[in-house]
Design a protein around this ligand. Structure first.
Ligand code: GAL
Length: 379
């Protein structure tokens, strides 16, 4: 919207802009009566190196376009300055709402101030934006529960728990190693907290042993959720803590990309062949390459977060803002971004073991059986 560009430039110019633009869409406070075709939603996604963000971006774009909105979808290649620049540009080009999945949750406060000055509502998508009062809403999943589900899957895989939550038949002790996501991603902390709260009693009882001693999130974290970094850390762990013939029984991994790096390191060290069992490796996102690994019995499980539902929710929230309505939250307590508690809509998550691939992923149309078999999305 032209008026928005001017608004972003400052008060005096704004006054002239308002006079000059007449009935044109003004965005921010004035979008309620606008036709969708007059409105643009800026969608800023972190990276295309992971399928899930490609699927997220595609789903949000398609759903908004189906309602007639214009969409400016940008990927930032996991580069913080690129994302800042893309969001800046969305603001100056007159976006009416911003939907942002941040690379670094603390790096966008300048952009959010500019968005607030131009009265553009900001929706944090899956990753909370921290350190700014200008985050208007948060759509995500129950991230603490993701961590609990990952830890439970690890315990089930080891036989310490049954799927129904009751006690398993195994007694251990088992050697496990722990991985966490990127420290600048708020979610990484929720995942790790949920997992560690669940694993702690087993660690305290000596049933689970972390030979490396690396049990703090700072020690377990993988910057930018990079697969290669996870592979390297797993290799280092094997060298430093398992070169005496000891074996790894399980690895807590918070994301499928990391899981694949971890699995590669384990396979290179001889696990999963010649009678050496592949450790129980968890995951998240039901990425297609990992769905295949689960189907093939290599990866234990993943946590499925239906990005179609998340995209749908983001659209509902964006539309509410455009119509000047209060979006409906189902959590107004949990997501404190350091400045305020951000009203949130959290979706449920589902653990997927091999047997769940068909009913959960295939029958719902998330992946086809052929894609799972090939480990590749058809596109
Ligand atoms: C997190 C997200 C996870 C995973 C990870 C790496 O923010 O919640 O589902 O996608 O990023 O991309």
């Amino acid at each position: 919207m032209r008026r928005r560009i001017l608004a972003a430039l400052g008060g005096t110019v704004l006054a002239i802009g308002l006079a000059a633009c007449g009935g044109e869409g003004a965005g921010g406070g004035d979008t309620a009566g606008e036709r969708p075709t007059e409105l643009t939603i800026g969608v800023s996604m972190p990276t295309q190196t992971s399928e899930r963000w490609i699927a997220d971006g595609k789903a949000v774009k398609e759903k908004l376009e189906a309602k007639g909105y214009r969409v400016d979808l940008q990927y930032a290649g996991d580069d913080i300055p690129t994302q800042s620049q893309q969001v800046d540009q969305m603001i100056t080009q007159g976006a009416d709402v911003l939907i942002i999945a941040a690379i670094d949750g603390t790096a966008l406060s300048g952009q959010l101030q500019a968005a607030a000055d131009a009265k553009i509502p900001v929706v944090a998508y899956d990753r909370l934006i921290r350190g700014s009062s200008h985050v208007d809403f948060y759509v995500s999943f129950d991230n603490y529960k993701v961590g609990v589900a990952q830890a439970d899957a690890l315990l089930v895989g080891l036989g310490l728990k049954k799927k129904d939550g009751s006690k398993g038949t195994a007694t251990g002790p088992f050697n496990v190693e722990l991985f966490a996501g990127s420290l600048d991603d708020n979610n990484a902390h929720f995942f790790f907290d949920g997992a560690m709260d669940t694993l702690k009693p087993f660690v305290d009882a000596g049933t689970l042993k972390v030979r490396s001693g690396q049990v703090k999130i700072e020690q377990a974290a993988i910057l930018r959720w990079q697969q290669e970094t996870a592979q390297k850390r797993m290799e280092d762990l094997l060298t430093s803590s398992y070169n005496d013939g000891g074996k790894v029984d399980g690895v807590l991994s918070p994301y499928d990309g990391l899981s694949r790096g971890i699995i590669t390191a384990l396979q290179n060290a001889g696990y999963g062949a010649g009678g050496r069992k592949m450790p129980v490796v968890t995951g998240q996102d039901a990425e297609i390459a990992s769905a295949k690994l689960i189907n093939d019995g290599v990866q234990n499980s993943t946590i499925f977060k239906d990005t179609r539902l998340l995209a749908e929710q983001a659209v509902v929230v964006a539309e509410a803002f455009l119509q000047k309505k209060e979006p409906q939250a189902n959590d107004t307590r949990t997501y404190d971004n350091g400045v305020k508690v951000v009203p949130s809509f959290l979706l449920p998550v589902q653990t997927v073991y091999k047997d769940d691939i068909k009913p959960v992923l295939v029958d719902s149309g998330y992946w086809t059986a052929e894609e799972v078999a090939a480990g590749q999305a058809k596109g």
